[in-house]
Design a protein around this ligand. Sequence first.
Ligand SMILES: O=P(O)(O)OC[C@H]1O[C@](O)(CO)[C@@H](O)[C@@H]1O
Ligand SMILES: [Mn+2]
Length: 462
Amino acid sequence: MASLIWYFYFRVANMASNAVLSEAPRALSAKYVGSFAYLTVKDRLPTILTKVIDTIHRNRNQFFEEYGEEGVQAEKRAISFLSKLRNELQTDKPIVALADNAPDADSWNQYLQKQQALMDQGGPASWFRSPWLYVECYLYRRMWEALLLNPPISGFDIFKEAKTQAYFESQQAVMAICTHLHDLVEGIGKLVEPQLCEEFLKLLQVSLWGNRCDLSISAGKENSQKSSPIDSLEDLKPFILVDDSNMVWSVLMKSKVLGGESQGRVDFILDNAGFELVTDLVLADFLVSSGLAREIHFHGKSMPWFVSDTTREDFEWTIKQMSGANHGWTCWSGTRWQQYLSAGVWSYHDHPFWTLPHEFCHMATEAPDLHALLQGAKLIFFKGDLNYRKLTGDRAWDYSVTFRRALRGFDPAPLCSLRTLKADVQVGLQPGQGEELTAREADWMTSGKYAVVQFLCPHKEQ
Ligand SMILES: O=P(O)(O)OC[C@H]1O[C@](O)(CO)[C@@H](O)[C@@H]1O
Ligand SMILES: [Mn+2]
């Protein structure tokens, strides 16, 4: 009898905690006039679209050289598609279904149906009335559609120029970080645990601040890293609002100590190409060469995304550029990373889920294969702001709500978000901390000046 009572007690307690997990505040949206979402949809997104139109137009000669008159006609059609899209956005027209036949089109169109059903007071899903996360992702998917529908220029990456330029403008910093990596790897066998931890924390912070360099926040304007990243770490520390780095270190050490040499796999959910990607690769190299990880999976985007996000082409291009660089240690790093890739120690993955608009708490149902893959990792790094928005559902959470609560049951493996703040969602702060920051600096959540290192351990491992 007593055990039956306990059974029901636990069932009810469990149901109650699941109910709490599924409750969530409203989604951020441009319908809140004056909010960052509103300003983004009103100003930044049309600016990005205008730049894209300009880029395609400037490449007209290249299209002609490659495809002749057919290329020029495709360029004209793509531009008129994008101009129409900009008009739809600026005049808050209904969101329309995708018309291309790419494999993800059905998922997008089903998602539109769901958004439609969620509209309060009826009316169609639209740019200024639907959730910001959805419409912003949808915009990038429509930009891709503009090219998909217009062969032979369908493979053109509208953001390639901006990404390439950002990479070349960060050369000083790339050389500095590669030199640092080389010196570190050379003496790595002699480091005792506290020293190894210290070096890990440095590279973790370099990868964290590398996230400042994205191009969508600056609407495509130059935003690259010029100075040596290691030198500025001490000065930047006060701007890390939550720092769970020590917990991340413990997870890495746990499996190393248990098995002597590490057996584990670490996954990077990548964000931006350019300097940020180089910092992620340097951190990944350190994990492998110190024996903290045996294998690394990198996850990137399967289409041009949020201006600076890494695609497979960017990933391969960066490593190739580096292995052909004039600077010795940059070349050394690139060559070494190519070897990791050929040996299967590193691998690149681009699941379509990363370019769908879902909150990550829906990954288990929307992309069970990806969720199962992530469960095999001993640690997952989620880089950047957009991943943070998807982790937390891009919702108006109180600042002091726990990271776990905001993730609403998403915990495939121990995970760590490395993010500089560029959108107005933030959780896991001390009571009063967010309010104090707001009183001091109105734009603290969107300026990229602050950062967080937030960690979550799965329930079952606690
Ligand atoms: O590259 P990141 O860090 O994901 O930043 C992109 C972010 O910048 C923004 O464009 C700023 O609003 C967001 O849309 C997005 O969350
Ligand atoms: Mn990005």
